[in-house]
Structure formats: C-alpha cells, structure tokens
Design a protein around this ligand. Structure first.
Ligand code: ATP
Length: 357
C-alpha cells in the first residue's frame, strides 16, 4: 500500500489547523507524527481515517483519491485500523467479541468460514498476549490489557495501515515502556504500515522508521530518528526533540566560535542546517557535551541543578552565555565550577578544536 498526502489543508472556520501538508508513507513503514499540543497531529490522523474531510488537497491510497474537498471515502471502506488514546472499548463486549467485530460475517456462514474467523481471533489474541483473557469484559482488565485489546481489534482485519493516536498516554511510565516493545513487535510481525501520533519524543525516537515533526499545522522536518536527532533543520526541531542547547556564536565556514570576548576556542568541522548559520547558533544535544575541571581556553560554567538518573546525571550549567543542559556520567556538585567541551570522539563529523580564533 502507498499513501500520498498531497497539499492537504484543513480549516475549522477561519482557523487553519493544517497548512498544505505533503507526505508519503511507504508500505510497512512506521511513521511517527511528533509535535506539541494543538499542532494538528490528530486532525491529520482523522483525515487519513476518514473522520474528517480536507478543505484542500488530496489523500491518495494506492493511486485512488480517497479524500479531497469534494469527496471522502467513509472510514469503513478504507481498510485502515485505528487505536485511540482512551482505548474506546465497548463495555458490553468481552475480549473475543472486540476482536471478532471487524472480521465478523453477518450472513449465514458455513462452518468453514466460522472456523477461519476463530483461527484469526486466536492468532491475534496470541500476538498481543491475551489468549488467557479471551472471555474477560473491559472492566475486568488493566490499562495495559485494555490497550492490547484495542490493538488486537485494530489489526484483526489485516489493515494495510494502522493509525495510532497517542496510544500509550494514559498508561503509567513502566507500562509505556513494555507497550512500546509490544507495538514494535506487532509492527514487525504484521508488516502493516503504522502512523503513530505522539507528543513524546522518546516514543518517536525509539520506535519509528521516520519522524515527521509538526508545528502550527505545518511539517518542520521529516527524517529518520538519527536525522532528526543529529541534524535538526531548524531551532524548533532542535529544541522540541531532546532539548538541544542553542549556543550563540558566529560561523566562519565550518568553524563555530561561541560568543564571548575572552573565548579562545572554536569548534571546526561542524555540519548544521543553513538556518543555524543565519541565526548564529550551534545546536548541541545535552549528551553531546562533556563536563570537566575548569581549564584555560574552555567555556566555564557553574552547576545550577543536578538530577541523578541512574546511569548518568542531568545537569543545568549556568554560563555567561545562558543556561545549558548537559548529560554526563561524571559526578559534580551543585555550585561546582566546570568546563564544557564538545567531545571530538562523539561527533560523526571531523570536529577539531581550533585555538585563538
Ligand atoms: P493534542 O496533542 O493536544 O491532541 P493535536 O496536535 O492532535 O493536539 P489537533 O487535535 O489536530 O491537535 O488540533 C489542531 C488544532 O485544530 C487545535 O488548535 C484545535 O483546537 C483545532 N481543532 C481541532 N478540531 C477542531 C474542530 N472540530 N473545530 C474547531 N477547531 C478544531
């Protein structure tokens, strides 16, 4: 299945919730739509599902226009499965009935077809680990189990596309981690393309083949998790995903000199998007920086906050050029003076320190 979203617009009255969205989704691809609240993620998903009609542009599935401002194929004819944030289970149906619902056959069916139905239900329940709870009603299930039922129902009819709208947001932190794995495993096993809406960058980085970052109804960047993380295209992406430090300074070719009169260092061999050269910033992730004892020619700061995270410490470091976030495995005390460095070994690019810039 191929899905093309071409110049899609959606307005609610005067408000433009989506502004000319172009996006294609390949067969079997796991695409995360990532962005802050109100950026249009759910609206885009609802358009794909057929619950909303675009005010401009087209959605094309396998060469066929399924949605435009003048026509919209109803959801049940799109062969799409959907998992909602609140699970949306039916209180009067048990687990098996939920999974049977999308594949049920109303007509008088021969035992052969009934058998196939049952085999598919068993297969799906096993896939999501619910085979022992097949007769339970929703009120007898935990949050994670309810989520599995919602996933089982969505994949039962072997949809070519699975839409998931913040499917883990109502689960606690531990369960979210387990369910990430479950969803990855369902994706691997079924081979279904997934469009997964989230405002949690950790989820998007961990699970997706591709991340589409949105803001105010527009796509800011679309790329692999590594692309988005290591090569953000603009300040919004740099700060929304893993909170980059935007270090002010000046660019001379591939050399960046952090702002400040008495700084005798620069970083060379860096690659950044043009927008950072123009705004005079270098975006650097907290885990791409190193902390050490203060030394000559280095950026200095003071530890302003520490959070112990098990394997590493998350520091806020106050400098005369603003507050920076740094993740380090070394222990420093609150108020301690430190130097901040960009470790050469961690950079893909050929970074070197240049002195006396
Ligand atoms: P969240 O993460 O909070 O769910 P979102 O990125 O999914 O946000 P949408 O639900 O797509 O955002 O909404 C995008 C914008 O469109 C919001 O400003 C919202 O208020 C507006 N909007 C959505 N649906 C409607 C509607 N039916 N009528 C009017 N405005 C709407």
């Amino acid at each position: 299945m191929s899905i093309e979203i071409k110049g899609v617009e959606k307005s609610f009255g005067d408000f433009r919730a989506l502004k000319s969205i172009d996006l294609s989704i390949r067969d079997g691809e796991f695409v995360a739509i990532l962005g802050p609240s109100g950026c249009g993620k759910t609206t885009l998903l609802r358009l794909l599902a057929g619950f909303e009609r675009p005010t401009g542009g087209e959605v094309v599935i396998d060469g066929k226009v399924v949605a435009s401002s003048s026509n919209s194929l109803p959801p049940e004819k799109r062969h799409i499965g959907m998992v909602f944030q609140n699970f949306a289970l039916w209180p009067h149906m048990n687990v098996t009935e939920h999974v049977r619902f999308p594949i049920r056959n109303h007509k008088q069916t021969p035992p052969e077809v009934r058998k196939q139905e049952k085999a598919r239900i068993d297969e799906v329940l096993q896939l999501v680990g619910l085979e022992k709870l097949a007769q339970r009603m929703p009120h007898e299930l935990s949050g994670g189990q309810k989520q599995r039922v919602a996933i089982a129902r969505a994949i039962a009819a072997r949809p070519a596309l699975l839409l998931m709208d913040e499917p883990l947001s109502s689960l606690d932190a531990m369960l979210r981690m387990d369910m990430r794995r479950e969803i990855q495993s369902v994706h691997r096993t079924t081979g279904t393309a997934v469009v997964y809406v989230t405002h949690d960058q950790g989820e998007a980085l961990a699970m997706a083949d591709r991340i589409v970052v949105m803001k105010d109804g527009e796509i800011q960047q679309s790329g692999t998790p590594q692309d988005i993380y290591l090569r953000p295209q603009n300040e919004f992406v740099a700060q929304f995903v893993s909170k980059s430090n935007l270090i002010p300074g000046s660019w001379q070719e591939d050399i960046f000199v952090p702002q400040g009169e008495n700084i005798a260092i620069g970083w060379a061999g860096l690659e950044v998007a043009e927008s950072f050269r123009q705004s005079g910033h270098y975006p650097v992730r907290p885990d791409q920086l190193e902390l050490g004892q203060p030394g000559p020619g280095m950026l200095r700061g003071v530890i302003a906050n520490v959070q112990f995270q098990g394997k590493e410490f998350h520091y806020d470091v106050r400098t005369d050029r603003g507050q920076w976030e740094v993740i380090s495995s070394s222990s420093f005390k609150l108020g301690e003076e430190v130097s901040i460095r960009l470790p050469q070994a961690e950079r893909k690019t050929n970074v070197r320190y240049v002195s006396q810039v």
